[in-house]
Design a protein around this ligand. Sequence first.
Ligand code: AMP
Length: 643
Amino acid sequence: MILKTVEDIAVKGKKVLVRCDFNVPMNDEGVITNDNRIVGALPTIKYLVSEGAKVILCSHMGRPKGEFNMKYSLAPVAVRLSEYLGQTVKMAEDVVGDSAKALTASMADGEVVLLENVRFHAEETKNVPEFSEKLAALAEIFVNDAFGTAHRAHCSTAGVADFLPAVSGYLIQKEIEIMGGALENPQRPFVAILGGAKVKDKIGVINNLLNKVDTIIIGGGMAYTFCKAMGGSIGDSLVDEERLDYARQVLELAKEKGVNIMLPTDNVAADNFADDANQKVCNSKEIPDGWQGLDIGPETIKAFSDVIKNAKTVIWNGPMGVFEFPNFAKGTIAVAEAVAAADAITIIGGGDSAAAVTNLGFADKMTHISTGGGASLEFLEGIELPGVACLGKKKARKTVAAGNWKMNKTPSETKALIAELAPLVADAENTIIVCPTAVCLPAAVEACKGTNILVGAQNMYFEDKGAFTGEISADMLLDLGIKYVILGHSERRQYFAETDETVNKKVLKAFEKGLVPIICVGESLEQREQGITADLVRMQVKIALQGVTAEQAKNVIIAYEPIWAIGTGKTATTEQAQEVCSTIRACICELYGAGVAECVTIQYGGSVNAGNSAELFAQPDIDGGLVGGASLKAADFSVIAHS
Ligand code: AMP
């Protein structure tokens, strides 16, 4: 399941309450000194405005402690937002009072109102249901786009979802997709870099990441507790005496799990906690009394950087030293450089490391910089965030009805059939694909223009061009504007000697060219009777997907076609079909993780017809069908396309 977003809900003419994070820094004159958070909220707001929603924004600002205090007013945000949006954002004088009610009652489509600071009410942070209800009463839909407060169960971040349909905005969607993807299905080596002052703050993250990463690099103030736990002398460096045992346990556990923990081997120590203190490089286990480690040393920088540069996924939370002092910022800068240079998915947790990366000018070199410090930490700890848990979920995959016309229909018949089918399926929510024979593809593409019917090919060769009489290439399909191609159909395996290895080559070529393969797998009657269906299908899937990346695999369509049920009129029972489709999903989960398995469309094929499609497609692991004979009759295929 993935989050429903603003794009999954009809918002035109609807009042939409959007929780943003407008907690921007302001100087004493009330001037905004950094508007990154306002800019970050714009995509969701602009989308809602362009779709004709009535947009009601809310946020907290600072800590007004439950009282109206204009020092914490969001009024300057309304002014800045108006400039960015090119339209007036009306500022309410209160949150759920007369002003808010009056302004939101009379909104035109596309208009934007900003409520006052939600923390002017003490109920907000206590998640009092009555206050949530009052907030909800202003709107018809709730959108949470404030990742920075998503780890808090407050009225405006979670409570309102008890009273309104709730979806995520683009910011939260991106945070969850990128961080969730990395945790669930990382490209390896997966390296976590943890730093900052306190071990205590990172315990949850360490515990969770020990089950996921290949290497944990520990730097910053927290490293000295580990160095001391290993018997080192750390002088006056920061230490958490109460967590020495914990540090030892982590090192033990890491060994058991085969996780490489890297600690500093040398440090830059200072004789005073000050930027202008005297400094010297010490062995991390021999820091003299009177000296404290404030940065990692040159040998450590090199060792950390080498591992980071070879990583494929990097998550970084916490500086390597007291980077606020320029004389002790070298380690943090070097690590930022290494992360920026890595050919990897690079994720920077919010807070200090995000600030360090941004201030050092590396922001645009990172895959993602989280907008929430506390929230990203809790997410890395594996804790479900209340502001995310309350949002609606949807299936990550589409239901696809694909018609395999096999060697039927001439080009003119193709045109006629599509013309008949198009009006019947215009309102169908499923993805609809027709796959006529190769010579009919141009006619099909032409006939499908302006309809919701897509065109797929029945086969494709794995070479780009050359002496391969009778074959067609991926480029030829692309030239026609075709996106889908059936590969490894059992009839091709049976009559044209197509092997799993050939199918794999074709699948790789399809992905290389940007085509979506519909990969067919399935067992013969004899194989079913031998009881080898599951093993066989798993092997077919594994070979077909050899060399396919996780990102590519998310888009694959797999069609399970029991050969004994193709064109014979025999259908697998719903249970049999579901059982094998679930085996296929489990196999994809083993190969790529649950996140990818959730995205993959798995079709059933084999005498699907207008009478059985609804029941088949209702199964949890059956996401549509690859339909033979029944796709040649417009009325029947329309029923299937609506199933
Ligand atoms: P955190 O909020 O836990 O990520 O910690 C960030 C803070 O840790 C920054 O303000 C750093 O100055 C501080 N810090 C990093 N390394 C050290 C160190 N060796 N000694 C004291 N403080 C440190």
